[in-house]
Design a protein around this ligand. Structure first.
Ligand code: NGQ
Ligand code: ZN
Length: 454
């Protein structure tokens, strides 16, 4: 990975829109200077089309290794909950080495797809049987090491998990490796800050897993640990979860959260699929980010986020690859839009009148994703020097300019049009391939052979 002094783009998407002849200088991994309408200098790296790096606001990296293994139909009706049983059996077998190898692959694939920062919603904390490791952040250290290998920015979200269901139901055996008390969680957060420090610009947030997994008292005890950093929670993803919450409290999950906690712009509500119009407006008004994970939500049969009402109310949103069954920024954004089109039987639903759909999708996810991960978005001075370049010779982009480039990238060519990716001022992907891919894949193969063949 070479340090990059400066890059010249024929055209690049800046916060105000597309600009031509854009020259960016970097220093210490950040953008130090941006000039437009200037020519390249002799030593500059050159690229045709530049896009800011995208945030992947929600990932469970280890689930990458299960992709495609949960498609066999069971004797009864398959659901999110039967998938979760399968996932618990899989996660129950992973060692720290396994987690690092799988996360490294997932993160390499994220960077190749144009994601330059990930929010890793990380809950596998303990050894087999729930025993603590000597370092409570042993597993977090493996996630951080994988992020270092892939060169992806990391917002680590150590998860607080204590209960098996609403109303303080005890956790089940399959959840033993996830559990904390508020005291042990405070130590985990402290240790996590320590293990991510070598990455330079990593952040540690706070993540109550879901309202199912915490009591109100524990939730109140852990939130101050965020200390200004992001707070993420899974919420209202499944109808049964909404029903159980109503049975317990008389309120729906999003209602309950807004009744009991001051939700603000530091929060990311992951999924928020099942909301009434009032909940949708309350979330939009709060300034929190809705964390939409279109591919996983489709894979798990969650339902459709009320995107049109939410956008009309000015709500912030971003995208996550969640279960990592597929890792692809263009696919996530396209499915977000297509889900709405299928449901509403309409076209171009996310764009504002007169605007391009791809641009509205990209700008929305860029802004909300960065907010959710606690960083600056876009190609501007002071922001991380993170960007992707598109291949101007890709057949899907021929003759395109400006916003039509984004529409053609997201809706037609997809990830194959991504040429290079820079992260923190370093080029980590060339010709669509991550520089560490071969080594990461070879380690991943060894781990998967052992996990799946024995
Ligand atoms: C997770 N995934 O934590 O990996 C969850 C499943 C749960 C999604 N919700 C476990 N998509 O929610 O209880
Ligand atoms: Zn999740």
């Amino acid at each position: 990975m070479e340090q990059l002094p400066a890059i010249h783009f024929r055209t690049a998407l800046l916060p105000d829109g597309w600009a031509h002849d854009v020259r960016i200088e970097t220093a210490a991994g950040r953008i130090a200077c941006i000039d437009t309408g200037v020519s390249a200098q002799p030593r500059d790296e050159r690229a045709a089309i530049g896009l800011p790096g995208m945030a992947n606001l929600h990932s469970h990296a280890f689930q990458r290794a299960m992709a495609g293994l949960t498609g066999k139909r069971g004797p009864g009706a398959d659901s999110f909950w039967t998938w979760r049983e399968w996932m618990y059996r899989f996660v129950g077998r992973l060692t720290p080495d396994d987690v690092e190898a799988i996360a490294a692959l997932a993160f390499v694939e994220m960077v190749e797809a144009g994601f330059t920062r990930v929010g890793e919603f990380h809950y596998l904390h303990h050894d087999f049987g729930g025993q603590c490791f000597a370092d409570p952040a042993e597993m977090g250290a493996r996630i951080a090491a994988a992020a270092g290998t892939a060169g992806i920015g990391l917002t680590l979200l150590p998860v607080f998990y204590a209960q098996g269901g609403f109303g303080g139901v005890p956790a089940g055996d399959g959840q033993a490796r996830f559990l904390s008390t508020p005291d042990s969680y405070a130590r985990l957060i402290e240790a996590s800050r320590h293990v991510v420090a070598p990455l330079g610009d990593a952040l540690v947030g706070v993540a109550p897993h879901s309202l199912r997994a915490v009591t109100p008292d524990a939730l109140a005890a852990i939130l101050p640990l965020a200390n200004g950093n992001p707070i993420h929670i899974h919420i209202a993803e499944q109808v049964r979860e909404v029903e159980d919450c109503v049975a317990w409290s008389g309120r729906r999950p999003v209602e309950w959260l807004f009744d009991h906690v001051a939700v603000d712009g530091r929060w990311c509500l992951v999924h928020a699929t099942h909301m009434t119009a009032d909940e949708t407006h309350a979330l939009a008004r709060s300034g929190a980010v809705a964390g939409i994970c279109p591919i996983t939500e489709a894979d798990l049969g969650d339902g459709l986020f009320p995107a049109i009402d939410y956008r009309a109310a000015g709500g912030a949103w971003g995208i996550g690859t969640d279960s990592n069954v597929a890792i692809d920024m263009a696919d996530e954004l396209r499915l977000f839009e297509y889900g709405q089109r299928l449901h509403h039987r309409a076209r171009n639903v996310i764009a504002d009148e007169g605007g391009f759909n791809g641009r509205a999708l990209f700008d929305g996810a860029l802004k909300g994703g960065a907010q959710a991960l606690g960083v600056e978005a876009g190609l501007k001075v002071g922001a991380p020097a993170d960007w992707a370049t598109l291949d101007p010779d890709h057949v899907g982009l021929i003759g395109r300019q400006g916003d039509a480039l984004l529409d053609s990238f997201l809706f037609a060519s997809g990830r194959h049009a991504i040429d290079a990716v820079w992260r923190g001022g370093r080029k980590v992907v060339t010709g669509g391939v991550h520089h560490a891919r071969a080594a990461v894949v070879s380690r991943y193969c060894m781990v998967l052979q052992r996990l799946l063949m024995t």
